[in-house]
Design a binder for this molecule. Sequence first.
Ligand code: IMP
Length: 429
Amino acid sequence: MPAHVIVGAQWGDEGKGRVADWYAAQSDIVARFAGGDNAGHTVRVGDDTFKLHLVPSGVLYPDVICVLGGGMVINPVKLVEELKGLADRGIDISPDRIKIAMNAHIITPAHIALDGAREAQRGEKAIGTTKRGIGPAYTDKVARVGLRTGMLADLEDFANRVKAHTVYSNRCLEALYGAEPLDPDETATSLYAAAEFLKPYLTDVPLMLYEALQEGQQVLCEGAQGTLLDIDHGNYPFVTSSTPTVGGAITGLGIGPRHIERVIGIAKAYSTRVGAGPFPTELLDEQGDRLRGTGANPWDEFGTTTGRPRRCGWLDTVVLRYAARISGLTELVVTKLDILSGFDTIKIADAYTFRGKTIRELPGDQGLLAECAPDYQTTDGWQEDIMGVTDYEKLPAAAQSYVEKTEQAVGVPIKLITVGPARAQTIVR
Ligand code: IMP
């Protein structure tokens, strides 16, 4: 059986966790391949809402094995908190079903301090990071001075490495940013208990996945963030430091590309973005406020990780075509279609005006995205509440037309549509 990959087709927060939960029901293994606790995946089961940051969404199915892949950066303290929180709610978190790759990187208090100090120094040019230490942990990884999860196998040695890493990071904190240094001993102590807890979870993940795929098991590769936050293919520098596109599944998990049969892009029925950076279809009026919601519901547009209000705007199919191209999407899932109910008209950006010309693709240098103005098609809205609809043909004609216009513009079939946060509020096409 093959591997299926889930990627975000926009700026993150597309509802990947909820969709991964849907596909997890048909999977043996769910493996998260990139990012860290900057991600927030909300999954609703019955009346329960689970907010996951590091653990893959498959954890809510007792028979699914969950993997934290080598492409991730893991804050051990946060992971232990999340695992214990799941255990308190009756979820099996034993090392028999949760596996941590030995080549993932560890986020330390020094990384978090550096993230905050760099953002403060950037001032008005801040990226708006989640301040979870993501960028500095990946920086250490590529500088070949990072701490890897495999080091947890020898706890005394790990503690010494944390101390040395803190001394090294303190030099940057003090000299470059004028920030307070951290106490190396305290830092090592703060990580020790979490390291001890996580040690039994260490696994040779690439080998495990290879054997599972050879045996015919179904592996779901779960991404975090979204295409335009990709370190290489996103809207640099307003990006995260990992690879949320399909290549991240291959390098982050150590599986060969020939195993991948489906690449499922997740797109919200409109657009959102958190943090700084250009956003051509952003709505700064009451329509944007309406898409955002008030924050009263867990599915309103406020960050799962930081609680920040998300910037909201109309759907941008230029972005979706780009995501389809970069990751070779075989299909799309459209989430939160129900949020568009009640608008008289809805807009879809299908091209941009850039320096007086119409362009249908993102500028090759995404630094120029700030100069792109959206060219909209206006389509009829619908007034009906569609949260109870489970049959595509029962959607209002205007909603069907919106889905079909999106599909035509992107050139990728839309296979699943969600119309509410519960598992049952899903339309299979
Ligand atoms: P970092 O990943 O914390 O370094 O943040 C870099 C950029 O990515 C910022 O604009 C964040 O708001 C954004 N970002 C990181 N993770 C997510 C996510 O899960 N959803 C949406 N935006 C994210």
